[in-house]
Design a binder for this molecule. Structure first.
Ligand code: GCV
Length: 717
């Protein structure tokens, strides 16, 4: 051997030391790489503003705050700021809660803090003992953590903080990720590798990534996580797994994140003989009837056991009587009976139940879109106080675009938790660049008219419309073991956007996109503008090349990636033909008053607007109507021509995204704008796949529908 072991070790150490700045960016740091600011003016302002970091108080959360503030400021400023607990130098960043900080006590901010709740924060430029300071304060340490991340976000965005004066608190109380992670490490609808949770290593081994995950969530205000799939394995509630859950909860706690689990309703039953069955349990009972005292006792004992290990355990998420999962209806009991039994077991510990409304039993109604509404609205008022009914944004299933679920606004006595999907099950998996904030805003800003004009979905969800006593929003996670967390680098933007909107749904998609780009990719104006322009139209483009004009559920069966408009086998409401109903006359599902009458589930005037072909927004046309091929659309084109046009427009948008991305290649690693070469190539490759597969969508769907329309394909350049 030519090289000594010592020499090799030395080289390795050097590489490790140099790496944080010189190594290629692999996306691991998400929006928190805190790259040094390039703008000399703002850099100077920040350097003048901060010469030390002063934090008074002790807690695990405060240690995290200290580390984050130092890391962030040092990296952004290219400095090495002293940290301490006394204000000796001028111009400090002072962080603390008056409970533990004399410096904060002196400021007498109690009146203002009284309005901020347990998670809100205040950031203000203010003098303390004549020393100009930037103060971050809150009622609880979690608020200090959120405030610190917010300040760092503003600085990453190059905003002046000279006269900063911000008070912020979340509009929604429960802001949760839902992981559809299985105990064997796979993820249902996961496209970024395996599950982050290494169940076989827990509780002894704590993967460092658990902390990084919690930190990322805290940075965007997410305060809870449901760690396992709603298609739940009952084993999650065994003593062995409770010990593992406790280990995770201990990691998450200082980041303000509560742990929740999905449970299987039949858990009290004996294990099923078939391991793949969705029916068995982990107990020894022969019923899971929610009105049976033994079953009730079983759940009470289980709750007690969980809370002995995890005193701040959040509660249960339940998928019941849906897609083969067991539930109270197996015993002729209602959803409310089932949810109330679990809620009673959790109530002594302040735990909650999130009972999913994703049910679509064919016996309820021939139209799948009408089923959940019909099952749940009669139960309004029958759920215990610590229960959410959790509903997806639309009445079918996270389609590229759906009208809002008619349940929103229709359950004034039951807190509704909105379930969004961050993972792109029906939106190109982690292969397509699709920025989802504009879609989520479309739902949040939809006017239900439940209590007249202005009854927006966001007001249902934040509780202001019906005075809900608790409020919640959940996002089905897109994270996995891939080094960059989300598979596609731009998938990170959706995780980020979900957290930001959960905190404040009034933020615009543009503002969120801009923040994320600045923090993740570049602060160069041209680059930011270009990338933002790619992101902003990417969802509409995806709708166009997959399911324009209100089409839905025409994906490849099961896999849900490519097109499968001809799928006609098996369960009817899983086939494509059930949804598009193409025939020689036209296309679309008649849900109007002459059809399934799904339009009648909406409040007036939405019901009438959707019901009338002439007033129905074109984005929902084929959702609510069966439309003749020669029907004249708003553009003057016939339905057939418009359909062709939309499919082409979608693909053209992806082509344009590729061109735009190519145009920023000049901003390589050597340029101040600094798009890392590896990131550049990663996105370039993904966009090439997206263009190819978008064209497959267009060509497959158009040639399939042409067989029914019998009209020529218009020419496009
Ligand atoms: C977790 C759809 C998805 C399923 C998912 C289900 C649900 O049907 O395809 O993978 O199951 O929704 O939300 O429960």
């Amino acid at each position: 051997m030519k090289y000594s072991l010592q020499g090799m070790l030395f080289a390795l150490c050097i590489a490790v030391l140099v790496c944080p700045t010189a190594c290629a960016d692999d996306g691991y740091e998400l929006w928190m790489s805190y790259k040094k600011l390039e703008d000399a003016t703002i850099l100077e302002e920040y350097r003048q503003t901060f010469s030390s970091i002063v934090i008074q108080g002790q807690s695990e959360t405060l240690s995290i705050v200290r580390k984050e503030a130092k890391k962030g400021l040092d990296r952004l400023l290219g400095a090495d700021l002293p940290t301490g607990s006394t204000l000796t130098k001028s111009n400090a960043l002072v962080i603390g809660a008056s409970r533990q900080s004399q410096l904060i006590q002196k400021l007498d901010l109690s009146d203002e803090l009284a309005t901020l709740g347990p998670e809100g924060f205040l950031i203000r430029a203010i003098e303390i003992d004549g020393i100009p300071s930037i103060v971050i304060t809150a009622n609880e340490d979690t608020g200090l953590l959120y405030g610190s991340f917010h300040l760092l976000r503003l600085m990453q965005n190059g905003q002046s903080i000279k006269d900063i004066d911000i008070r912020s608190k979340p509009r929604i109380q429960y802001r949760l990720l839902n992981h559809w992670d299985n105990l064997n490490g796979s993820i249902e609808r996961g496209y970024a590798g395996k599950s982050l949770w290494k169940w076989n290593e827990l509780p002894e081994t704590i993967d460092p990534r658990y902390k990084d995950y919690a930190r990322a969530n805290a940075s965007i205000g997410i305060n809870g996580t449901v760690v396992n799939n709603v298609n739940a394995n009952p084993v999650i509630l065994t003593a062995e797994y409770i010990a593992k859950l406790k280990a995770l909860a201990d990691v998450f706690r200082p980041y303000g994140i509560k742990l929740f689990v999905s449970i299987r309703f039949s858990s009290p039953l004996r294990p099923a003989s078939n391991k793949n069955s969705r029916r068995g349990g982990i107990g020894s009972l022969d019923t899971a009837d929610p009105l049976d005292p033994n079953v009730q006792e079983w759940w009470k004992e289980k709750a007690k056991e969980i809370y002995q290990s995890i005193p701040d355990f959040g509660g249960f998420l339940v998928k019941a009587n849906s897609e083969g999962m067991p539930g109270p209806q197996d015993y002729d009991r209602s959803h409310a009976d089932g949810a109330n039994m679990l809620a009673e077991a959790l109530a002594p510990y302040s735990g909650i139940v999130m009972w999913r409304a994703f049910v679509y039993d064919a016996d309820v109604d021939p139209d799948r879109a009408r089923r959940a509404y019909k099952e749940f609205t009669p139960l309004d008022g029958e759920f215990n106080a610590n229960i959410f009914v959790q509903s997806k944004n639309g009445p079918i299933d996270f389609q590229p675009r759906e009208p809002v679920h008619p349940l929103f606004g229709a359950m004034p006595k039951t807190p509704l938790m909105l379930e969004l999907q961050i993972t792109q099950e029906y939106l190109g998996h982690s292969k397509h660049l699709v920025f989802l904030a504009p879609m989520w805003k479309e739902y949040l800003e939809f006017d239900t008219y439940a209590k007249g004009q202005g009854s927006l979905v966001c007001r249902v969800v934040d509780g202001s419309l019906h005075n809900y006593h608790m409020t919640g929003i959940a996002g089905v996670a897109n994270t996995g073991s891939d080094r960059n967390w989300c598979g596609h680098l731009f998938g990170q933007a959706n995780w980020y956007a979900f957290g930001r909107l959960a905190w404040d749904h009034s933020l615009s998609s543009e503002a969120i996109a801009e923040e994320w780009i600045h923090m993740t990719l570049s602060r160069n104006n041209d680059v930011v503008k270009t990338i933002k322009s790619m992101m902003m139209g990417s969802w509409e483009a995806c709708v166009n090349y997959m399911t324009p004009l209100g089409l839905h559920h025409i994906m490849q069966e099961g896999f849900h990636y490519g097109p499968g408009p001809d799928h006609a086998q098996g369960r009817q409401d899983w086939t494509s033909v059930y949804y598009h109903r193409a025939d020689s006359k036209g296309l679309g599902f008649n849900r109007s008053s002459t059809g399934s009458q799904a339009t009648s589930q909406y409040f007036s005037p939405n019901a009438e607007i959707f019901d009338n072909l002439k007033t129905c927004p074109e984005k929902y046309l084929l959702w609510f109507h069966h439309v003749n091929w020669d029907y004249k659309t708003e553009s003057g084109r016939t339905l057939w021509e418009e359909l062709c046009y939309r499919y082409h427009t979608g693909v053209d948008y992806v082509k344009a995204m590729r061109r735009k991305w190519a145009a920023i290649e000049k901003y390589g690693a050597s340029h101040a704008a600094h798009i890392d070469q590896d990131i550049y190539l990663h996105v370039q490759e993904k966009l090439a796949t997206q263009e190819k597969d978008a064209a497959i969508w267009r060509d497959t769907c158009l040639s399939y529908f042409q067989k029914f329309s019998n009209r020529p394909m218009p020419e496009y350049n």
